[in-house]
Design a protein around this ligand. Structure first.
Ligand code: RET
Length: 230
């Protein structure tokens, strides 16, 4: 039964959005971080509500479901999360130049990843599906590269920020890498596990990647900023 996790997702994300806003920073360098992270579960709550009510759940000719709202959610939430990653890297950087370019390029790669993933989900089983799956993974590799190489180097210009940044992207990367695996084994891919199980696993991943990450990443950055004297 997929209704239960979808309803839980709606309730948890709605409350989480308020909790992140209430507990977050409302002045100082982390204010933007709080606002980004409060918006993320608000979008997710909207998507879970749509999925729960059956809006945009496309049943394909082979009988499998594509939850279009889930991809709409990711199209907006993952760029917000990455905007947070870029701005946190620049908290450690000596220069300010180039931040907009980093946001634009990482968000572009990320949106290509999500849209090609949606195409892979909609494609009938066969080669085309896996071509788009691989293409989506290539865009994901670009996102990871920017996060772990140039942005990590910028963050590392201030040692405590650099280590908070690496802890944050370590947790984020670990979680994000599980999404394509769930897709690949679920009904949108090889069909080895059921639709209901993938909905539950995506719910768990979403709570970790959106809600738990909001609190832990802000906590890590907050302690690093105390060291910076901000
Ligand atoms: C898809 C399928 C195609 C291959 C790849 C994927 C990656 C998805 C990711 C989603 C992350 C979502 C998050 C949402 C929470 O806010 C589209 C599943 C690479 C990485 C973190």
């Amino acid at each position: 039964m997929v209704q239960t996790p979808l309803l839980i997702g709606f309730i948890v994300m709605s409350l989480a959005s308020l909790a992140i806003y209430a507990k977050g920073a409302h002045h100082g360098p982390l204010r933007g971080h709080t606002l980004l992270h409060a918006a993320v579960p608000f979008i997710a709550a909207t998507a879970y509500l749509a999925m729960y009510l059956g809006l945009g759940n496309l049943i394909k000719p082979d009988g499998t479901v594509t939850y279009v709202a889930r991809y709409m959610d990711w199209t907006f939430t993952t760029p917000l999360l990455l905007a947070g990653v870029v701005s946190s890297a620049f908290l450690g950087a000596r220069e300010r130049d180039g931040q907009a370019g980093f946001v634009a390029s990482i968000v572009t790669l990320d949106v290509v990843m999500i849209v090609t993933g949606l195409i892979a989900s909609l494609a009938p089983y066969g080669t085309v599906k896996w071509v788009f799956f691989v293409w989506s993974c290539a865009a994901f590799a670009g996102v990871l590269y920017l996060m772990w190489k140039p942005l990590a180097a910028l963050a590392a210009q201030h040692a405590p920020i650099g280590s908070a940044y690496r802890r944050n992207i370590g947790f984020l990367s670990l979680l994000w890498l599980i999404y394509p695996v769930v897709f690949a084994v679920g009904p949108e891919g090889l069909g080895l596990v059921s639709d209901a199980l993938t909905v539950w696993v995506f719910l768990l991943l979403d709570v970790l990647a959106k809600v738990v990450y909001a609190f832990t990443s802000e906590g890590n950055l907050r302690s690093a900023l105390v060291n910076r004297g901000a």
